[in-house]
Design a protein around this ligand. Structure first.
Ligand code: NAD
Length: 430
């Protein structure tokens, strides 16, 4: 079965949501189907063996009505411009929903970090940032980490930009930096923490009597990177049990709960989770079908699709990754009564603390980790309440429409509405 590409997926969802926003100025909502600016760069890099290789890099600014562009840099061998554009749009809606004054952007380089030395990665990053020139900046477009990029790469982004623009405070040009260079306390785990705060609030407000909190819930997490691991650890600290986890090479399970610290060191020493003592191995596709209370896809797009959505054995899906559930799977899950906490809500903790980092950088301040966590929790909780309220209104207005019954539609319509209203308030130039 062919699955829609992530780009088509994003567009389908956007178009679905716009059906509920017909009252806006003609043509304006439709305008948001396209990005504002698309940049493709091709640059040479000298490799360790003395040869030269060409790399493709992208930066897409989807919208900047609410503020400068904000979005991660992904280094991945299969990265495409379509995917980057789709993720940039998702960032616009995420920022608008969580209430941070940013627009949506995304970027990255087509490369396989697992095949590159530290020196090659450094040269690729520096050259890519210099190619982007003034298309990024503290008040124009602000990158952050994403898949296969981390705080070391963000330090290089900052250093390169700072070298190009000496004599001013350039720290707010990028977020997700190391703490010593203006990174925020709490940023590293922010997306995972936001996932847990959102889930907790959702259960508190919507859970059945036996599932009003995270205590005792059985959780499965796909993806053992920055987001998946942080979320898994925090779920466990709240009394939940993580019974399955996976990385790109396969999954492991233990119905009594996985020792996450042991799993982390096992992965560090062997390069994968498979074969960890005290757990059973399983294929990635089977991990998603494990019987559990909460399934948390925290890896990559389109993992839950028309062919496996019918077989999922969870009671709630929380999208820690971007776009892990396809539109067809959304409908199947909706009909099966399995709610999906959508990405623009569930994983907004990362951009939220990125915003806190940006504010701290501009003010030359450092907030305590408790302060960052307190503010993050508050924003995530407020956003869940707002989405649930909209969801209720939509259910009442369109009782027989499966799209209207999805939390995603409620979240997306709110976000699109915010950007549309802001555009109208600013006025369409000239
Ligand atoms: P990461 O590179 O740190 O980790 C990705 C993990 O996914 C790795 O463990 C990798 O082995 C695993 N993986 C890749 N393909 C897989 C597959 N097919 N099956 C199972 N595991 C697989 O990336 P990350 O920062 O944790 O991001 C994960 C997801 O969360 C991405 O979709 C990203 O866009 C999204 N996200 C990240 C942030 C952030 O702050 N890092 C914020 C919002 C959303």
């Amino acid at each position: 079965m062919t699955r829609p590409s992530p780009q088509t997926q994003g567009l389908l969802r956007f178009l679905d949501a716009t059906r509920y926003l017909a009252e806006f100025k003609k043509g304006l909502v439709a305008h948001f189907a396209n990005p504002k600016r698309v940049l493709t760069v091709c640059f040479p890099v000298e490799m360790d063996d003395g040869s030269v290789r060409s790399f493709l890099g992208y930066r897409v600014l989807h919208n900047n009505v609410l503020g400068p562009g904000k979005g991660g840099l992904r280094f991945h061998p299969e990265l495409t411009l379509e995917e980057v554009s789709s993720m940039a749009a998702l960032m616009t809606w995420k920022c608008a929903l969580i209430g941070v004054p940013f627009g949506g952007a995304k970027g990255g380089v087509v490369c396989d970090t697992k095949q590159l030395s530290d020196g090659e990665l450094r040269r690729i990053t520096r050259r890519f940032i210099s190619e982007l020139g003034d298309n990024i900046g503290p008040h124009t477009d602000i990158p952050a980490p994403d898949m296969y990029t981390d705080e070391k790469i963000m330090a290089l982004v900052y250093d390169t930009y700072d070298t190009m623009h000496p004599g001013r405070n350039n720290r707010p040009v990028v977020t997700g930096k190391p703490i010593d260079h203006g990174g925020s306390l709490g940023r590293r785990d922010a997306t995972g923490a936001g996932v847990v705060f959102a889930t907790e609030q959702f259960l508190r407000l919507q859970g059945s009597d036996v599932s009003k909190d995270l205590g005792g819930q059985r959780i499965v997490v796909q993806g053992f990177g920055k987001v998946g691991l942080a979320a898994a650890q925090l779920f466990v600290s709240r009394g939940a049990k993580v019974i399955g986890v996976s990385d790109s090479q396969g999954g492991i399970m233990n119905p009594d709960g996985i020792d996450l610290e042991a799993a982390e060191s096992y992965k560090q020493s062997t390069g994968s989770l498979s074969g960890m003592p005290g757990t059973s191995n399983l294929k990635n596709e089977d991990l998603l079908l494990l019987e559990c209370d909460i399934l948390v896809p925290a890896a990559t797009a389109s993992q839950i699709h028309a062919s496996n959505a019918e077989k999922l054995a969870c009671r709630l899906v929380v999208e820690a990754a971007n776009d892990p559930v396809t539109p067809e799977a959304d409908i199947i899950l909706q009909e099966r009564g399995i709610p999906v906490l959508p990405d623009i809500l569930a994983n907004a903790g990362g951009v939220c603390v990125s915003y806190f980092e940006w504010v701290q950088n501009i003010q030359n301040q450092r907030w305590s980790e408790q302060e960052v966590t307190r503010r993050l929790r508050q924003r995530m909780q407020q956003a869940v309440v707002a989405v649930l309220q909209r969801h209720q209104q939509m259910l009442e207005k369109h009782p027989h429409d499966p799209h209207a019954g999805m939390l995603r539609t409620a979240a997306l319509t709110m976000a699109i509405e915010n950007v549309t209203c802001a555009t109208l308030e600013r006025g369409i130039w000239p």
